[in-house]
Design a protein around this ligand. Structure first.
Ligand SMILES: NC(=O)c1ccc[n+]([C@@H]2O[C@H](COP(=O)([O-])OP(=O)(O)OC[C@H]3O[C@@H](n4cnc5c(N)ncnc54)[C@H](OP(=O)(O)O)[C@@H]3O)[C@@H](O)[C@H]2O)c1
Ligand SMILES: *[C@@H]1O[C@H](CO)[C@@H](O)[C@H](O)[C@H]1NC(C)=O
Ligand SMILES: *[C@@H]1O[C@H](CO)[C@@H](O)[C@H](O)[C@H]1NC(C)=O
Length: 407
């Protein structure tokens, strides 16, 4: 039996000798026969060669991709090493209805933390599988098309873009982009003119009860992030008379006030947040755009007015904890919320996609008019996407965190 396997193995090796990709194999053969250690390695090689031969036979294209390497655990802090860069291949032929795309930009977002768990805890999010390619918002350029509405050179986007340098995708699942709408800043379609901008705009419009002339004060947590920085500006554009942000560094606070038109900003890592909030919001808080939850939110809610509104956008301070979404408020905070009739309804941007087109056009118009200031933090290279995710979760970004894959 062993001999038979060995024989088959030698035969296969013989076959691979003729493959032009592995010219060295002939030279290696005599050594293979004299060292057991080498034999073991050669055995491994044989499988490797076998796989490579099959791939070569189908004429495929070599690409880089990023897979989930390990799960942080429901209560763990995600790190760059939870992801792994590897070489892979895609077919170099495109079937009817498909396109081959080169990836330009990828998005990393807080919701991806849930996809790192075996069970995401929500029915609209699928978990990423170990050793399988991750995916999320992405933008690329069509290099070859067999789809009737897409041509070479078109810019396209999808929410389920694979984290790889190039891919073959179903053309029906892609949306075509018009770069002129964002002054040529394509990556904005992942942020201010994409799902992030929609979240900020529709969050304010659907749950904020903001009205021109109502003299409302808005507070935004996670204010220097992708959603938060837009939400505060949109609150103002929609009629709030005072906008105060809460963010994690002095630099972020100064960007909010100097560039984004916030009236004031609080660094929650320094000093007494409650005291600063009382000074900066003397008329109390009418609208709270909440990105973070936890202690910060309890502090803000305690200063909210009667019949005021929470825009429950996200709860990032709770994402490394095994708690339901939305996490229940602590009893004291819940008491305040009930007594003061403060609304706190779940908000999910995906439930408002019928408003996507009109809302994106509104966002693009504000961007073109300079009414909506956009900040991005760009990290270069697919290899660094895990690090970009880790950094964003730890507050390393100002505005939208983008990964530039290729130019
Ligand atoms: N409801 C929806 O449909 C929807 C859609 C998109 C996004 N979201 C949610 O919106 C929120 C913001 O997302 P984004 O994409 O704009 O990300 P982001 O705000 O650009 O990035 C996350 C930011 O959260 C802050 N942060 C992290 N840990 C924190 C903690 N323990 N306490 C306070 N702040 C913390 C960090 O800034 P600091 O330096 O300030 O700490 C970090 O930069 C997230 O909660 C996300 O889940 C919801
Ligand atoms: C808004 O409220 C402030 C503070 O109470 C007040 O000084 C101001 O006149 C109000 N503005 C309007 C338009 O009601
Ligand atoms: C409580 O808030 C809701 C939503 O803003 C409002 O419709 C309702 O009239 C409020 N109830 C009272 C008693 O003020």
């Amino acid at each position: 039996m062993v001999l038979f396997i060995f024989f088959v193995w030698m035969l296969k090796l013989g076959r691979s000798e003729f493959h032009p990709q592995f010219p060295n194999y002939q030279v290696l053969l005599p050594h293979i026969l004299c060292s057991r250690k080498f034999m073991f390695q050669a055995f491994k090689q044989f499988f490797f060669v076998e796989i490579q031969c099959e791939i070569a036979a189908n004429a495929e294209m070599i690409i880089q991709r990023v897979v989930l390497n390990s799960r942080p655990g429901k209560n763990g802090v995600p790190v760059a090493e939870n992801f792994r860069l590897e070489q892979s291949t895609i077919a170099d032929t495109v079937q009817a209805g498909q396109v081959r795309v080169k990836t330009l930009y990828l998005s990393v977002d807080p919701y991806m933390r849930c996809r790192m768990n075996e069970d995401t805890g929500s029915d609209y999010l699928q978990p990423w599988q170990l050793s399988e390619v991750a995916d999320g918002g992405g933008i690329g350029v069509v290099e070859e098309s067999k789809h009737q509405n897409l041509a070479r050179g078109d810019f396209v986007t999808s929410f389920t873009w694979p984290w790889q340098t190039a891919a073959i995708l179903d053309g029906d699942l892609l949306q075509k982009l018009v770069p002129q709408l964002v002054n040529g800043r394509l990556s904005y379609f992942l942020g201010a003119a994409g799902i992030t901008g929609l979240t900020a705009l529709l969050g304010v419009r659907e749950k904020g009860h903001v009205a021109t002339g109502a003299n409302q004060t808005m507070v935004v947590s996670g204010a220097a992030g992708a959603c938060g920085s837009l939400a505060g500006q949109i609150g103002r554009l929609e009629g709030c008379s005072r906008v105060v942000g809460i963010a994690g560094t002095d630099e972020k606070c100064s960007v909010l006030v100097q560039e984004m038109g916030f009236d004031a900003a609080i660094n929650y890592k320094k000093g007494d947040v409650a005291k600063q909030l009382r000074e900066l919001c003397p008329r109390g808080v009418d609208v709270y755009f909440d990105n973070v939850g936890g202690d910060i939110s309890d502090t803000v809610i305690s200063q909210m007015n009667q019949n005021s509104h929470i825009i429950l956008c996200g709860q990032i301070s709770q994402y490394n904890k095994d708690v339901p979404y939305p996490p229940p408020l602590p009893p004291d905070t819940e008491k305040i919320q009930k007594e003061r009739n403060i609304t706190r309804e779940r908000f999910l941007v995906l439930n408002y996609m019928d408003k996507q087109e009109a809302s994106v056009l509104q966002l693009c118009q504000w961007i073109q008019e300079g009414k909506l200031k956009v900040r991005e933090t760009v990290v270069e290279g697919l290899a660094n996407i895990g690090a970009a995710f880790q950094s964003m979760m730890n507050g390393g970004n100002i505005g939208k965190q983008i990964v530039l894959v290729s130019k």
